[in-house]
Design a protein around this ligand. Structure first.
Ligand SMILES: C[S@@+](CC[C@H](N)C(=O)[O-])C[C@H]1O[C@@H](n2cnc3c(N)ncnc32)[C@H](O)[C@@H]1O
Length: 269
């Protein structure tokens, strides 16, 4: 079944299908090795227990889904399925499924074709929903958060890792030229094609601030919304919780220091 409906979805699908073989290498080079550290921070915040289940949207090659499983100390032969990763790009999912050859992850992670804005799972299924570097690419961010909220259980965590516009003007002075010239140049050099990296550069520089993203989470009714700035504010991890009964919240988003909070936000009623 073809899930793609809009021109943006077709473009995004084409971009990721064309860079699948080089995606992880390029991510590492372009983020200067920071992307792996950022995903680990998400897994630490999600803090999944062995009896819990999570969904990772826009899972791509499954790096965050795997990281979530790695975080659980008690992964063993008989442990139940822990993470479901969904993505609308079969090429990315095929690469992700290769990682399941490792017996440590087999049976703990499943990769499914699906749309972030229309998650193919029932309400209140998961303890946690994550998305890494996906929100910039989806058609509708608000709808994606609403869907994440729908599929997590009451009190469940909703976590996003995303590149955002840094709040510091000094950082922006260096970051914008990097996005405009260096990122597409390195991307072209390694992937031998420039279009996907021009798209990525444009999608990052045209994205929003951490505060704007938090406001969207609040607008869909998430509670305890906050974020951790990472790497001088070029990336941020946003966290929110599902209310017991969902209703629009008046709480305003607040910045949380990753180091001060030791990376763990709890969701208390
Ligand atoms: C930048 S990659 C991120 C991959 C992975 N989360 C990571 O941490 O590396 C974005 C992924 O989102 C997927 N994607 C974009 N829009 C989507 C949508 N609306 N529904 C499902 N997947 C989507 C793309 O196919 C791509 O694999």
């Amino acid at each position: 079944m073809n899930l793609l409906k809009t021109p943006k979805q077709h473009l995004v699908h084409k971009v990721f299908a064309s860079i699948v073989e080089r995606y992880e290498l390029l991510n590492t080079i372009l983020s200067m090795g920071q992307d792996a550290y950022w995903r680990k921070a998400v897994a630490k915040i999600a803090d999944l227990k062995s009896n819990q289940i999570a969904i990772d949207l826009c899972t791509g090659t499954g790096s965050l889904a795997i990281e979530l499983v790695k975080h659980i100390d008690t992964v063993s032969e008989g442990a139940p399925l822990t993470v479901v990763g969904i993505d609308f790009c079969d090429e990315m999912l095929s690469k992700a499924r290769k990682k399941l050859d490792n017996p440590r992850y087999k049976g703990k992670v499943e990769f499914v074709n699906g749309l972030a804005e229309d998650i193919p799972f029932a309400d209140n299924t998961f303890d946690c929903a994550t998305i890494a570097f996906g929100l910039r690419n989806v058609e509708n961010i608000q709808r994606t958060f609403s869907e994440m909220q729908r599929v997590v259980k009451p009190e469940g965590k909703i976590i996003s890792l995303e590149l955002v516009i840094p709040s510091s003007p000094i950082i922006r002075c260096f970051y914008y030229p990097y996005l405009k010239w260096i990122l597409p140049f390195i991307g072209r050099l390694i992937s031998k094609t420039g279009i996907p990296y021009q798209y990525l550069s444009d999608s990052i520089s045209g994205f929003m601030s951490a505060q704007d993203l938090a406001n969207i989470m609040i607008s869909v009714g998430l509670k305890d919304v906050g974020w951790h700035n990472l790497s001088c504010g070029v990336a941020a991890i946003h966290v929110g919780c599902k209310l017991v009964s969902v209703q629009p919240s008046a709480i305003s988003g607040q910045q949380i220091s990753y180091h001060q909070s030791k990376g763990c936000l709890s969701c208390q009623p």
